[in-house]
Design a protein around this ligand. Structure first.
Ligand code: NAP
Ligand code: GDD
Length: 358
């Protein structure tokens, strides 16, 4: 993989991806490389290598790697953004970088706003300074967390926003920053308002991966119990591979617009856990209420899941269910995964990894 100023061989379109080491960054990068793009990524310096997701999807010996180039930078560092934009001179910019954990945003609100809100503004400033405002197509990773305390269900592009966390509030600033740059400078900039999307590459402290990893480890005898927060929360879960395709499609439309991507189904955390445990051969029975609720192995009577209030949030988003009719109709977006296929793939991947590691 090229780091920094070593330019990859020239090809067709050029993309710059911030957050390239994250879940979506890895899936998007693989897809763009497969389509013949030259892909530049912004990467943070880290004390241990942080390219494991890219390595998993794009093997080190893959010829696709020749068109991938990484630049050190950070959304809190304007000069690094300008250098990356000037060096890559991208046709398309995907801003996926963020402090993306909602619960953590209550612990580091100031930092979350620096990255998730002001970071977007810095990136636009870099684009304008580099003289790319007229040519670039800019994708902003907006979120269903904007709907927060929802005004209606399902939520669509016209549903009012009511964010419920420092993360949601920062992303609201970002959302409007995109619109402002579209209106004020005519930049082709879009918001993808994406509902939760998951995969085997999902960070281990998001609920889906926390559950599939624990189910695999418990089935293999490597972990005793899983502790969770709000079991009643309901989310609209899809697969990241489908959602990055939607991001790309948003930048192919004739005019810039904002789109919801969602599966249109919602499930509770409790249901997700039940299905994931069922897939490793453990049938769960629920007993008790509130923080006393327990998920019990029907066969042995052992407690496998319990509730710990440390995972509750100061303000919760109870229910998200999206309506992606606009993206389906105008972009032809057609997700391939359904809910059960998503859970199945995640559980299988964790079982495989955990079986092969100590
Ligand atoms: P993720 O796995 O947490 O990845 C976040 C990426 O941002 C990582 O590459 C991370 O780098 C990078 N990053 C964090 N702080 C940064 C900074 N200060 N400067 C530069 N890079 C920084 O998130 P994801 O699930 O792929 O989500 C991608 C984007 O979509 C995020 O903006 C998220 O808020 C948004 N979103 C996600 C979902 C979802 O369900 N996944 C739904 C709606 C919107 P390190 O690897 O160095 O930490
Ligand atoms: N993380 C976590 N850990 N969440 C838990 C737990 C737990 O132990 N127990 C219950 N939950 C509940 C949370 O309270 C929340 O209601 C739900 O599970 C989903 O939590 P996360 O998986 O952390 O995701 P999120 O919905 O808060 O945020 C994700 O989706 C957003 C889009 O709606 C992130 O990817 C955000 O970056 C993204 O914008």
């Amino acid at each position: 993989m090229n780091i920094s100023k070593q330019k990859p061989p020239k090809s067709g379109r050029r993309a710059l991806v911030t957050g390239i080491t994250g879940q979506d960054g890895a899936y998007l990068t693989r897809r763009l490389l497969e389509l013949g793009y030259e892909v530049h990524g912004l990467i943070r310096r880290c004390s241990v290598p942080n390219t494991s997701r890219l390595d998993r999807l794009i093997p080190p010996d893959s010829p696709l790697r020749e068109r991938l180039c990484l630049h050190f930078g950070d959304l809190t560092d304007s000069a690094s953004l300008l250098r990356a934009v000037e060096s890559a001179r991208p046709d398309e910019l995907y801003n996926l970088a963020a402090q993306s954990h909602v619960r953590v945003s209550f612990d580091v609100p100031d930092y979350t706003a620096e990255v998730d809100a002001l970071g977007v503004l810095r990136l636009f400033e870099a684009v304008r300074t580099a003289g790319l405002a007229e040519k670039i197509r800019f994708y902003q990773a907006s979120t269903s967390e904007l709907f927060g305390k929802v005004a209606e269900t399902p939520q669509n592009e016209k549903t009012p926003f009511h964010p419920r966390s420092p993360y949601g509030v920062a992303k609201l600033f970002a959302f409007w920053t995109v619109l402002n740059h579209r209106e004020a400078y005519g930049i082709y900039a879009v918001n993808g308002i994406l509902f939760n999307h998951e995969s085997p590459l999902r960070g281990e402290n998001f609920i889906t991966r926390k559950i599939t990893l624990a189910a695999a480890r418990i089935a293999l005898g490597k972990q005793d119990r899983l502790t969770l927060g709000n079991l009643d929360a309901r989310r609209d879960w899809g697969h990241a591979a489908d959602y990055v395709e939607g991001m790309r499609l948003m930048l192919t439309a004739e005019t810039p617009d904002d789109y919801v991507l969602a599966s249109g189904e919602d499930h509770s955390v409790r249901q997700f856990a039940e299905i994931a445990f069922e897939k490793v051969g453990l049938a769960i029975r629920w007993e008790g209420k509130g923080i006393e609720e327990k998920g019990i192995d029907q066969k042995t009577g052992r407690v496998l899941i319990s509730v710990d209030p440390q995972f509750f949030r100061p303000a919760e988003v109870d229910l998200l269910r999206g309506d992606a009719a606009k993206a389906r109709k105008k972009l032809g977006w057609t997700p391939r995964y359904d809910f059960r296929a998503l859970v199945d793939e995640m559980v299988r991947a964790d079982l495989k990894n955990e079986s092969n590691s100590p």
